[in-house]
Design a protein around this ligand. Sequence first.
Ligand code: ZN
Length: 103
Amino acid sequence: MYSVGDCPVCPGAGPLLVLLTSDRSKAIYFCPFCETAWCSHPGNEVNEIKSLDAHAPEGVVPPSWHDLKVRGIERLVVKEVPYGDWQDELDRILGGPEALAET
Ligand SMILES: [Zn+2]
């Protein structure tokens, strides 16, 4: 999983992970700790707090590095986060580690 930094809502506690909507049309930034989601990189501003469902009612999928590159998001990535670090939270939103193998 790719992180673009700390979540602005709970800095230090949650990473801001990049996900894609299930139709791969949009990138979603999601914090598995506080479960806040953004449809653009929130930076340090917290103007809007929405749930993942609000941004991606059809669900989300994990992006591959290629997915990030074609969207120019790879420049924002600061680190890779092992799936296992947030396994419980990610299993719930992604449908398990099998989802990763498909990318
Ligand atoms: Zn957070």
